[in-house]
Design a protein around this ligand. Structure first.
Ligand code: C2E
Ligand code: MG
Ligand code: MG
Ligand code: MG
Length: 286
């Protein structure tokens, strides 16, 4: 019936909308409460230097420990946090927490190349006029070297409005902050703009790393991104490395950094610290 009558269809549409917005609203309420109730946690996934085999740094990844639903993955709530603006307060908390952690780890585990933590920035945060000032003050408050923080921005957000992105990135760079272009290769039109973006590293998206030891096209793409990155004097990090064969191939292709389940999953703070205490190394033969 609803298929044929315009009015009915309209009502069905409203009904869907209502159900949709009730659950959105509920999730929104729960998200707000979660922030107050300390249900968020940062997990840390090590990023390995394939040359030395050591941990070079970590990526901070948020986890929501919901009292009834258990662990809710970020893909299930970052979107709504962005739509509602909750991501802004959440983002401030993430930055503060990550800076506190990097300060502690840099003090406990001093290295020639100090440990860093990569923090994901959402598009909502990235367009904030005062982003650079805000981050600089958090960095200063925790008295860390700004290079200890690497801001991860997805390629698609950077490419949405390249000119504004360049201005914002320059403001961040002027504060001594490092920037990684995340999920690289999944956006579009990137190549012609890449050299204009003031960034420090490229994170090759997992989709190219997946089965690169089996599909030679994937390995070719990774190799091409690595050489392009080197020409632009960028550090290259491969995401989603799941096998030894992938790690070896990446090393052969001169990709210096890698992260993925093969090395370690994202870990709670204590478990991540254990790896540093053990001075964990991964020896990858070329
Ligand atoms: P991302 O920044 O590209 O993060 C990498 C994702 O890949 C993480 O998923 C990580 O757990 C997963 N991963 C790492 N290695 C492997 C692997 O070997 N195999 C597989 N299958 N997956 C791997 P996660 O933690 O679920 O996060 C998903 C996305 O949510 C992130 O993608 C990022 O866009 C967003 N996100 C996570 N934490 C934050 C945060 O603190 N702030 C913001 N704004 N976004 C976040
Ligand atoms: Mg990331
Ligand atoms: Mg990524
Ligand atoms: Mg990704």
């Amino acid at each position: 019936k609803a298929k044929n009558l315009g009015r009915d269809r309209h009502e069905v549409f409203n009904e869907d909308m209502r159900t949709h917005s009730v659950s959105q609203f509920q999730l929104e309420m729960e998200l707000r409460r979660a922030g107050e109730g300390e249900q968020f946690q940062l997990y840390y996934q090590p990023i390995i230097d394939l040359v030395s085999g050591e941990i070079a740094g970590f990526e901070a990844l948020i986890r929501w420990q919901h009292p009834e639903r258990g662990t809710v993955p970020p893909n299930d709530f970052i979107g709504i946090a962005e739509d509602t603006g909750i991501i802004l307060t959440m983002g401030d908390w993430i930055l503060d927490e990550a800076c506190r952690q990097i300060r502690q780890w840099q003090q406990l585990f001093p290295k020639v190349n100090p440990l860093f933590i990569g923090v994901n920035l959402s598009s909502r945060q990235f367009v904030q006029q005062d982003l650079a000032t805000t981050i600089a003050s958090v960095v200063q408050e925790h008295q860390i070297d700004p290079r200890g923080l690497k801001l991860e921005l997805t390629e698609s957000v950077a490419m949405e409005d390249v000119d504004s992105a360049i201005l914002q990135l320059l403001k961040l760079k002027n504060r001594g902050l490092h920037i990684s272009l995340d999920d690289f290769g999944t956006g579009y039109s990137s190549l012609s703009y890449l050299h204009r973006l003031p960034i420090d590293s490229l994170k090759i998206d997992k989709s190219f790393v997946d089965r690169m030891e089996i599909i030679s096209e994937n390995a070719d793409i990774v190799g091409t991104i690595v050489s392009l990155g080197h020409r632009l004097k960028l550090d290259i990090i491969a995401e989603g490395v799941e096998t030894m064969a992938q790690a070896r191939l990446l090393k052969q292709l001169e990709c210096q950094y890698a992260q993925g389940y093969f090395f370690a999953k994202p870990l709670p703070r204590e478990a991540a610290a254990q790896l540093l205490i053990q001075d964990k190394h991964w020896h990858i033969e070329k």
